[in-house]
Design a protein around this ligand. Structure first.
Ligand SMILES: NC(=O)c1ccc[n+]([C@@H]2O[C@H](COP(=O)([O-])OP(=O)(O)OC[C@H]3O[C@@H](n4cnc5c(N)ncnc54)[C@H](O)[C@@H]3O)[C@@H](O)[C@H]2O)c1
Length: 270
């Protein structure tokens, strides 16, 4: 018996990295999965874009766990697309129990004042406004189903610690933490819990492909992006974040809401 048997989990940014890992981990515990991803490069990042093939591979991995998986190529910033996916999820699965808003992007500049408008705007659009739009589209169905639930927002250790050259990222992720607290307040009476995960440096395409880590180290040698973990690790495995996702999705965290949870190998104690 899985810890999430009979539950339905929606995951944004499901094509690869942490999103794929969350989809497989939640399915392994018995949840049916709805996963979506933009499956295209973003304009202002050097990380290669995810692809539809990668999203299909996530579906294949979920199905290999014996669970069904609905996938869709969709942009979190597109509210009509989010509403259509929410409606389809309700039609096909009848409820949303776990809403995992995980999608994101990362870029660095020399400093805040040399950050381009495009970089700042795209980052905030994707990671703050996009989180709002996914929540706005899916929460009404969760309320209508009236069976509680767990909303898990992916912030970052950078949601409460600074990283030079990443003002847009840090501002968006800090915004996610306080949006989480507002949602936790609003949804508490409905037994919908809302929490934020704050990972440290995670092994995923976001950091490991496209040269942003090397660029960050070059631009700000005073601050090296992956040396802050207190544990003797270079990067955290995506599974370490998925383990927390499963816990927050499960009954074991029934009384946990309004929390920003660092999964960071001690990064933020530094
Ligand atoms: N990798 C890290 O070190 C790290 C650390 C802390 C927090 N995070 C956060 O974790 C989350 C997952 O990142 P990851 O490490 O798996 O990176 P990743 O690049 O492997 O995955 C991010 C996914 O989000 C998708 N995406 C981006 N914009 C989208 C949009 N508008 N609509 C739908 N999908 C979109 C991308 O296509 C990609 O598949 C992000 O929110 C990221 O900011 C990452």
């Amino acid at each position: 018996m899985g810890r999430l048997d009979g539950k339905v989990a929606v995951i944004s940014g499901a094509a690869r990295g942490q999103g794929r890992s969350h989809a497989v981990a939640l399915a392994r515990e018995g949840a049916s999965i709805v996963g979506f991803d933009i499956c295209e490069p973003l304009r202002t990042v050097t990380t290669p874009g995810s692809t539809s093939d990668e999203l299909e591979e996530t579906a294949r991995l979920v199905e290999a766990e014996g669970r069904s998986c609905l996938t869709m190529k969709a942009d979190a910033r597109d509210l009509p697309a989010m509403k259509a996916l929410a409606a389809r999820t309700m039609e096909e699965f009848g409820a949303v129990d776990v809403l995992c808003i995980n999608h994101g992007m990362w870029n660095v500049a020399a400093n805040t004042w040399e950050t381009s408008e495009e970089h700042f705007e795209e980052t905030v659009d994707v990671m703050l406004t996009g989180v709002f739009k996914v929540a706005k589209a899916f929460i009404p169905g969760m309320l209508a189903a009236d069976r509680g639930g767990s909303i898990i927002l992916t912030s970052s250790a950078n949601g409460f610690t600074p990283q030079p050259g990443a003002a847009a990222y840090c501002a968006a992720k800090a915004g996610v933490i306080n949006m989480m607290r507002v949602l936790a307040f609003e949804l508490g009476p409905h037994w919908i819990r809302v929490n934020a995960l704050c990972p440290g440096g995670v092994e995923s395409p976001m950091l490991l492909e496209g040269g942003t880590v090397e660029r960050a180290a070059e631009l700000n040698p005073r601050y090296i992006t992956n040396n802050r973990h207190l544990l003797p690790i270079e990067w955290l495995p995506a599974k370490s974040v998925s383990d927390a996702v499963v816990w927050l999705a499960s009954e074991e965290s029934k009384f946990v809401t309004g929390v920003e949870l660092p999964i960071d190998g001690g990064w933020t104690a530094y």
